[in-house]
Design a protein around this ligand. Structure first.
Ligand SMILES: C[S@@+](CC[C@H](N)C(=O)[O-])C[C@H]1O[C@@H](n2cnc3c(N)ncnc32)[C@H](O)[C@@H]1O
Length: 275
């Protein structure tokens, strides 16, 4: 049953139309974006969510877009106490406090797509690794990977990353570092077969670093966001321009929409081989 159907007898037709069609679930925390017009109905909507999905313990209202370096949303607690939770995805366990670190269960399919491409023996760098869902997914689904390195600026995300590496039993395969990728990555002294850049609003500022640490014939997975009418144009231009600056050749292997970002705006990924 949909949330709107559930609330049909409790709200007016006008109010019903404003009830969000979608919401996110991270572990036992639900995150919904209730429009200001339904301010007085917030608690009722939160309770309805909890009744519909009995495993939900906490409901948060997203009152602002993700912002800042850590890409954190503004969340208002509507029901429950705890925003710390454990999310399970394809058998991997990710602990996170949704107020303190970025995590999105919507990216599960993309994590699988990447993990399936990783070959035995590869050294992989995940820039902007958050609580380490990508490094851990790669290590679990390609256990013959040489090593996966994750780097994130947010100390809280780093704490959860270390906990997640431990509970998923991949400490020999995943190394997490806390810091700015611009400073940390060159200091690792490693050349990578594959570099992931999952920061759609900002990864382009760090392409020079990725190009510096990727091996010859290595792959960069570059994330960006743009409007539907020119989805890949800017991202392709940026990659080609940065590769040229670095004196490297680039071959585009694939480009794809990852997730919708807003009306006619998409998060995209370009997979590029660096010669
Ligand atoms: C969109 S989130 C992605 C997190 C993670 N890859 C995931 O999928 O859950 C971007 C992350 O980049 C981190 N970040 C932003 N700027 C950074 C920088 N200069 N160096 C390292 N991490 C950075 C933020 O702290 C945040 O956790």
């Amino acid at each position: 049953m949909k949330l709107r159907d559930f609330l049909r007898k409790k709200l007016t037709d006008k109010e019903l139309k404003l009830v969000p069609r979608a919401f996110d679930i991270v572990g036992d925390v639900a995150i919904i974006e209730i429009p200001p017009e339904l301010k007085k109905r917030k608690r009722m909507i939160a309770e309805a969510l909890k009744v519909m999905h009995p495993r939900i313990k906490t409901v948060c209202n997203k009152t602002g877009e993700r912002s800042g370096d850590f890409r954190l949303p503004d969340l208002e607690l509507l029901l429950g106490k705890d925003t710390k939770t454990e999310h399970t995805e394809y058998g991997c366990r990710f602990r996170v406090d949704v107020k303190e670190a970025y995590f999105s269960g919507r990216e599960a399919v993309e994590r699988q797509r990447i993990a399936k491409q990783v070959k035995p023996g590869e050294k992989v760098l995940v820039m902007f690794s958050g609580v380490c869902p990508l490094p851990i997914t790669i290590a679990i689904f390609q256990p013959k990977v040489d090593k996966v390195y994750g780097v994130d600026l947010n100390p809280k995300a780093h704490e959860y990353a270390q906990e997640n590496i431990r509970i998923n039993r991949v400490p020999l395969k995943v190394n997490a570092y806390c810091g700015d990728v611009r400073e940390v990555c060159p200091k690792l002294g490693v050349k990578f077969d594959r570099v992931l850049m999952p920061l759609p609003k900002g990864a382009h500022e760090f392409l020079d670093v990725a190009l510096q640490v990727v091996k010859k014939n290595g792959i960069i997975h570059f994330y960006y966001w743009d409007r539907e009418d020119h989805l890949y144009t800017n991202a392709l231009k940026i990659i080609r321009k940065e590769a040229k600056k670095a004196g490297k050749k680039v071959k585009i292997l694939s480009k794809r929409k990852v997730l919708p970002y807003g009306p006619r705006v998409w998060k995209i990924c370009i997979d590029a081989k660096i010669g």
